[in-house]
Design a binder for this molecule. Structure first.
Ligand code: AMP
Ligand code: MG
Length: 491
């Protein structure tokens, strides 16, 4: 069967200064690690054809499929707060876009596909570890219900990449609503290329926020919509203990998806100052800082959009500032909605946020595992007495008892059957998250040619809210010698 990918490319029709056209660089010996068959089918692609040699050649960048318009996108960005006027796809190639049977338009991008004019000193390649990590974590995020880029496939290249160590090379095929970043807007704003800025805004609006086109000020409506999506996204991250690790403006998607999984991680023991990224020395992107950083990033988007918002700069600043300031309320609303559900409350009372905060403080003081504590809470009964699984997460279990007494007083005011509450809590508190030490173990095994732990992790994480008795080992918090303290960038 010949493989047909029904490309329908729109980014490639934008002016030439938006990108550089070039093909992926072929690799020595492509071999498929995993094809995401359910995702392929959702996109209207034939999983069998994609897994056949012709398909694998495409996924490795050795063959450019018919209808593709391969290009590397230009963008800029603030990295750890420092301005970099030119970044761009240094190790990725956008093959093109397809419109899925459900009408969604998505990018198909190869990551690790060879050097581009934006590679600076990089080799344009990706190591096996980072590719597997992005595959595992992005697919887990999707299954957890978080907007995210997806992983369609991972292949090895038969070549080595040289980082601190010599690593097998790999290519990830990434699917995204788009790869338009805050940094894409910054790229043109910094060059005072207002025409390009306008073209990009129109493109982003048409693709992601069509309602904004009807607004009096479409660029302001675009900003407001991105603020709302980012507020909802970050609240979801916080509800799962997810730490992105590199929230630079070039890693901030205008579509509101989680993008660019580098040194990301889920927390084990809860602490708001948790940082994993080896390159985040000052804790800029710590768990608890993520909402403020999102605001900082959105302020950069606002700054870039000013010329499109109003020709009078004062007025533009006033409107854009108000739009960015909306984040705080939108985020707080989402956050309390998520955490209320996590502790089993269906109704709303003004003190609910305090009850959640009290639990989080105790968790931080007692080294409680974020995921395990909330999951354990989901199984507790309305009446006290069988609280051991939750208590066991606290170094001082009596600290939990005091909170649980308050919690049950609050629960008593909810007219909801216990079983309904428990079932709903299980849908808000996953049993499975991609724990760092499990991800690291899967990568270490893959380096030895054993992909079974990777396959198992991906399979279990596809159903994160289900109890899976055969996989309780993947629910365990790390033993002291398994704790991962640092994660490394996706390069
Ligand atoms: P990221 O870590 O994904 O945020 O990447 C930051 C910038 O560095 C982007 O412009 C990437 O394209 C570029 N980059 C990262 N790794 C490489 C690499 N191995 N080769 C070339 N460019 C890279
Ligand atoms: Mg990036």
């Amino acid at each position: 069967m010949t493989l047909q990918i029904p490309f329908d490319n729109s980014y490639a029709t934008l002016p030439e200064r938006f990108y550089t056209r070039l093909d992926p660089t072929p690799v020595a010996e492509p071999a498929l690690i995993r094809l995401n068959a359910p995702l392929a089918r959702d996109l209207g692609l034939d999983p069998q054809a994609l897994s056949a040699p012709e398909g694998v050649a495409i996924l490795a960048g050795n063959r450019v499929p018919q209808g593709a318009a391969p290009l590397a996108q230009a963008y800029a960005g603030h990295q750890f707060g420092g301005w970099v006027p030119q970044l761009g796809d240094g190790r990725a190639i956008l093959l093109g876009e397809i419109v899925a049977p459900d009408g969604r338009r998505v990018d198909l991008q190869l990551k690790g596909s060879g050097p581009t004019p934006y590679s600076r000193r990089g080799d344009g390649r990706a190591g096996l570890g980072p590719v597997l990590r992005e595959y595992i974590v992005s697919e887990a995020m999707h299954a957890l219900g978080v907007p995210t880029t997806r992983a369609l496939a991972a292949v090895t290249t038969g070549e080595w990449v040289y980082r601190e160590d010599k690593l097998p090379g790999a290519v990830l095929t990434r699917v995204a609503s788009s790869h338009i970043r805050v940094g894409t807007f910054q790229f043109f704003a910094a060059r005072q290329d207002i025409d390009a800025l306008k073209t990009l805004a129109d493109h982003a609006i048409a693709r992601h926020y069509p309602d904004a086109a009807q607004a009096d000020r479409p660029a302001l409506a675009l900003l407001e919509a991105v603020v709302a999506r980012q507020a909802a996204l970050i609240a979801q991250w916080m509800g799962l203990g997810f730490i992105h690790g590199v929230m630079n403006t070039d890693n901030c998607s205008v579509a509101g998806e989680t993008i660019d999984y580098g040194p990301c991680a889920f927390m084990d023991a809860y602490h708001p100052e948790t940082v994993f990224s080896s390159i985040d020395q000052f804790g800029r992107y710590a768990y608890g800082n993520q909402p403020q950083i999102a605001v900082w990033n959105l302020a950069q988007l606002a700054t870039a959009l000013l010329p499109l918002i109003d020709t009078a700069q004062d007025r533009a600043i006033e409107l854009a500032t108000a739009a960015v300031h909306r984040f705080a309320d939108l985020y707080a609303e989402r956050w309390v909605m998520i955490f209320r559900r996590k502790i089993g409350l269906a109704g709303e009372e003004p003190e609910d946020a305090d009850l959640v905060q009290a639990l989080l403080s105790l968790m931080a003081q007692n080294g409680a595992d974020f995921t395990r504590t909330f999951r354990a809470l989901s199984h507790l009964t309305d009446a006290p007495g069988r609280d051991e699984p939750a208590r066991a997460e606290f170094t001082d279990p009596t600290a939990f008892d005091a909170w649980a007494a308050d919690w049950r007083v609050r629960l008593a005011r909810e007219a909801r059957p216990e079983a309904d509450r428990q079932a709903d809590m299980r849908l808000a508190n996953p049993a499975f998250i991609p724990r760092n030490h499990c991800v690291e173990e899967a990568i270490a095994a893959a380096h030895q040619g054993d992909y079974a732990p990777f396959e198992r992790l991906v399979t279990v994480l596809a159903r994160p809210y289900d109890d899976q008795p055969e996989a309780t080992d993947l629910q365990a918090a790390p033993q002291p010698d398994q704790v991962v303290r640092q994660t490394f960038c996706g390069t």
